[in-house]
Design a protein around this ligand. Structure first.
Ligand SMILES: *Cc1c(COP(=O)(O)O)cnc(C)c1O
Length: 432
């Protein structure tokens, strides 16, 4: 299948080229030319299918011209080697736990899928690809882990010195091999600015194939649709209408859920739950899109003032505000409300939610006030241990470190300190 640029000023490209380029030459996001619904029998029998079969069937149409079936099966097997349980925490409210992967963040699936695709594509060319990514925390760990040891791909991660948690820093800086961590004396915005500058630097672009590993890349964005199908598989027997509440930052995850819906999965409604970075909730109220600088919150993976994937969501709904409104509600929540929700969930259900999951929970509650007949599922996007300090302080209880985290805690940190863009550029050229 081909992918077109949402800016409509660049040629259509194959899945392979969309993955390698990341973003179209006209700076538009790539979007699949068509989304063909799956046969009804797929949804009727979904509980008899393995997660691997579900994933293969769901993503096949988007990638099949570029990845042979047996290769796609191999990729999916490698990507999906952990569980995605639905846990009911109250009557008619459940959480879909997406944190059982190697770095305990939901980004593991997308990062691994993209890494495996790039690895496969690099087998047929001699050109090495360099993945350049700025992280405020979770993306870096998932990308580092997903790309570790993938031939033909080098990964360079920029992170702000002293501004990621200890666990997150170890996940980024202790792997070695084809992964390099650059520790930037500055903020996350400085890191992101350097990455953006690199993507526009002709001298660099002539010397190397650079791509990004955030959710603008179709290979990181699309596989997230699996989650929603895995939840449906587990909840179908309830026979109730499902509502998904997705804690959202760049809106890639929720947009993938809407692709699952387009494939024919029964969903009544989506809720995009945000922290005080409320560009989308405001848009859903007023119809006006006003991006703003981001504010720091305790759910920091969602501190985004201009969500990159929202344009895909609008496009999926034909840029028709009324059509979108019928399928999506969006509510913002403060840190105070989020902490209160964490404590409430812990007290009433003995369940420990991380701040992002708690925002999702609040989204379900808000929607179900007006639609009590629905069954609400919120996505738990990170293990609470990734946000140890705020979780322990809020619920007044210490958390145990899971084995995936324990493993990195005594490894040696290796990073290269940089301050300015020129240092990044020199580093990239020198390692050619
Ligand atoms: C990235 C991230 C999100 C936001 O996902 P988007 O697809 O960008 O909306 C939410 N929670 C956690 C823990 C994340 O790492």
């Amino acid at each position: 299948m081909n992918f077109y640029s949402l800016n409509k000023k660049a040629p259509n490209v194959s899945f392979k080229d969309a993955v390698i380029k990341g973003i179209a030459p006209d700076k538009g996001l790539y979007f699949p030319e068509s989304i063909t619904p799956l046969p009804q029998s797929f949804f009727e029998d979904i509980e008899t299918l393995s997660n691997e079969e579900i994933a293969f069937t769901a993503i096949h149409q988007f990638v099949r011209t570029d990845i042979p079936d047996d290769e796609l099966r191999k990729i999916i097997k490698n990507v999906l080697d952990f569980d995605f349980p639905v846990v009911e925490i109250e009557d008619n409210v459940a959480t879909l736990e997406l944190f059982h992967g190697p770095t305990m963040a939901f980004k593991d699936v997308g990062a691994r899928f993209m890494a495996q695709c790039l690895g496969y594509f690099s087998e047929s060319t001699s050109n090495e690809v360099t993945v350049l990514v700025a992280t405020s925390g979770d993306t870096g760990g998932a990308v580092a882990n997903g790309f570790l040891g993938v031939d033909g791909v080098k990964v360079v991660i920029l992170y702000p010195s002293g501004k990621v948690s200890d666990i997150q820093e170890r996940q980024l800086t202790t792997l070695g091999r084809n992964i390099t961590a650059l520790e930037v004396d500055g903020t996350f915005d400085d890191c992101q600015k350097m990455v953006k500058t690199a993507f526009l630097d002709d001298v660099l672009l002539q010397k190397m194939q650079l791509t990004s590993a955030n959710s603008i890349n179709v290979a990181r964005w699309l596989p997230q649709l699996f989650y929603f199908l895995f939840a449906y598989k587990q909840l179908k027997a309830k026979g109730q209408e499902l509502v998904f509440s997705v804690p959202s930052g760049n809106f890639g995850n929720i947009c993938a859920g809407m692709v699952a819906q387009r494939l024919g999965m029964p969903v009544k409604h989506f809720v995009a739950a945000t922290n005080v970075n409320d560009t989308v909730p405001e848009f859903m109220q007023t119809g006006e899109y006003n991006p703003k600088p981001s504010s720091a919150t305790i759910s920091n993976a969602m501190d985004v003032g201009d969500p990159s994937n929202f344009i895909r969501i609008r496009h999926l709904h034909n840029d028709d505000f009324e059509v979108l409104k019928a399928n999506l509600s969006s509510y913002p929540f403060t840190d105070e409300e989020t902490k209160k929700a964490m404590l409430h969930i812990y007290k009433t259900s003995q369940y420990i939610a991380d701040p992002h999951g708690a925002v999702g929970y609040l989204g379900v509650q808000e929607y179900r006030k007006h639609h009590p007949e629905t069954y609400g599922v919120f996505l738990e996007t990170a293990h609470p241990v990734k946000f140890l300090d705020v979780v322990e302080e809020t619920i007044g209880h210490t958390l145990e470190l899971p084995p995936q985290i324990e493993k990195v805690m005594d490894r040696e940190k290796k990073s290269i300190k940089i301050k300015q863009y020129e240092e990044l550029k020199n580093y990239l050229i020198a390692r050619q």
